[in-house]
Ligand binder design. Structure first.
Ligand code: TAP
Length: 519
């Protein structure tokens, strides 16, 4: 049983904002009146619009997916995956061991040598198209499963995670027989077996980002999902069977971080891809140093969302809200630092507070929910600890009044002002619905403050001036810079970071390069 979660009742019940202050540090928090906007007891409150769970059958127990078959873990142990919105146990998950990792790598190696590398690239493409179609056909099942296992709002899993996952397989299917155009003048070759470890914030989407280009380039895969969100990866195993993908081409090994380490350090694994925390990324880089493996690391972020005085303010408010509250802020590229020009700061923050008061927090299965549950108790505690540090260090905290369920892990959207760049909330990745506001006066000050971070994954610019967008974007040390929008993803666009945000790119033609050796 995973130690950070515990089973309790079932359906989420609601309580008032103040009674739910368990999710935030009590000291100095300013909570807006409950009657504001559409929240609380307003006659304009939204009626419940729950998505049905009936399309999903969650089994009591899941094994490992090795060589096309479901297998019991060699150690016979299981962990439990929970619904973070209700704290109810969903299923028992096989606790894969290093011996299981070894079996999976052996299967992937055999499948690479005997089947996958011998297939005409056009035939590989057909499998990818088929997987994409099946994901589309079973999209509701995937969306409901993802929301139950991760806590993210059904609106996001339905409209973002699942369609984008299908789009990645579709996009890379198109590349499978055109690899020589990705590396002109050189001969593209697959690595062989690739080892992939993914996090819990976008479980299916991260799987698609990793598996689709790997297969298109001709590799076979051993993937370890995060322990708190294994279900859509295991459902994906079923898609592989349905698509009649040859045995061993994709292997899913659930289990703890140590099992992930066994996968990535195995000498038969020629390329490693990891998404997750910077600390584990560093451990993996050290663990495989000197082995000559390909490595891509997609790690944390502390993105600046910069609002200039000439920006379309309501549009910018919407973008800032989307930037930090999408997926409860559990997003590596979240716009977690708001940099707002001093001349408009007061007005902008007033509009932002108004908009935050309209956010609907609660049951992720409700189609009206904007902010769902935090993925785990451990993550809740981590967010709470960082928020408490913000208060202790002297920043001003504000949270809208909103009802929170009494069960499950929910954190009220939080806005900090009076933030100094030295505060922990301005420097560390919070990975929760918490926005730290810093003001600036000039363009160069904005650039300097935006770049004053150990990370370099993403940034946002809000201005009506095209020339300013170009000037600022080229000065920002961030892998992705959005202008007058935020959190836009597309399979054709590369994504990745600088500095402690990692290296290598996923998505687009660049994402394919990582899975190819070219001679
Ligand atoms: P991590 O520990 O980095 O987990 C990511 C993945 O790595 C999971 O599958 C995890 O397995 C696995 N893992 C853990 N230790 C490993 C090891 N030594 N070798 C190989 N694989 C290992 O993230 P977390 O603990 O869930 O979250 C901690 C913090 O990381 C968060 O607060 C957040 O700031 C950050 N985070 C960032 C991202 C992105 S996208 N940048 C994603 C998630 C978390 P288990 O799940 O079994 O531990």
């Amino acid at each position: 049983m995973s130690s950070d979660q515990s089973p309790k009742g079932t359906a989420p019940r609601r309580t008032t904002a103040r009674a739910a202050s368990v999710t935030t540090p009590a000291p100095a928090a300013t909570v807006a009146p409950a009657s504001s906007g559409l929240a609380g007891s307003s006659p304009w409150a939204y009626a419940p619009a729950p998505e049905s769970r009936e399309i999903v059958t969650i089994r009591q127990r899941y094994g490992l997916f090795i060589d096309g078959k479901e297998r019991a873990p060699s150690g016979g142990e299981v962990t439990i995956t929970y619904n973070p919105a209700t704290e109810e146990p969903l299923a028992e998950i096989a606790k894969g061991t290093p011996a299981d990792a070894d079996r999976a790598i052996e299967a992937a190696d055999r499948a690479y040598r005997k089947v996958w590398s011998k297939l005409h690239p056009r035939e590989r493409a057909k499998y990818l198209y088929r997987i994409s179609r099946i994901l589309q056909e079973r999209s509701r099942e995937f969306a409901v499963t993802e929301t139950m296992d991760s806590g993210k709002p059904i609106r996001e899993s339905r409209d973002v995670d699942v369609p984008l996952a299908a789009a990645h397989f579709w996009y890379y299917a198109g590349w499978a027989d055109k690899l020589e155009y990705a590396v002109p003048g050189r001969r593209p070759e697959a690595h062989g077996v690739v080892g992939q470890v993914i996090p819990w914030n976008f479980p299916l989407l991260m799987l698609a980002w990793k598996i689709a280009p790997a297969l298109a380039a001709g590799n076979t895969v051993v993937l370890k999902p995060a322990s708190t969100t294994p279900l859509t990866a295991l459902l994906f195993a079923d898609v592989c069977r349905q698509a009649e993908l040859p045995d061993g081409v994709v292997n899913i090994v659930t289990g703890p971080g140590s099992t992930g380490m066994s996968i990535v350090t195995d000498p038969r694994v020629a390329k490693v891809a990891f998404t997750g925390s910077t600390s584990v990324g560093v451990t993996i880089a050290k663990g495989i140093a000197g082995q000559g493996k390909g490595l891509t690391l997609e790690l944390g972020g502390k993105a600046a969302n910069i609002v200039f005085e000439d920006a379309a303010l309501d549009q910018a408010v919407e973008g800032v809200v989307n930037g930090i509250f999408f997926n409860q802020g559990e997003v590596c590229c979240a716009g977690s630092r708001l940099l707002v020009q001093e001349s408009i700061a007061e007005e902008f923050l007033a509009r932002l507070r108004d908009r935050m008061s309209m956010l609907r927090i609660g049951d992720p299965m409700d189609k009206n929910t904007d902010i769902g549950a935090i993925n785990s108790k451990a993550q809740m505690e981590s967010i709470g600890e960082l928020v408490a540090s913000g208060v202790a260090e002297g920043a001003q905290i504000w949270q809208p009044a909103c009802d929170l369920p009494t069960r499950g892990w929910f954190f009220r959207p939080t806005l900090f002002t009076n933030v100094a760049q030295s505060h922990r909330i301005a420097r560390e990745e919070i990975f929760g619905p918490v926005l730290a506001t810093i003001t600036f006066r000039t363009v160069s000050e904005a650039i300097e403050k935006a770049n004053n971070t150990a990370y370099g994954l993403s940034a946002g610019i809000w201005t009506e001036k095209g020339s300013r967008i170009l000037q600022v974007a080229s000065a920002l040390k961030a892998g992705v810079v959005w202008a007058n929008t935020f959190n836009r993803f597309d399979p054709t666009a590369p994504f990745g970071g600088y500095k402690e945000s990692g290296y290598g790119r996923e998505g687009g033609m660049q994402g394919l390069h990582a899975y190819l050796r070219s001679s």
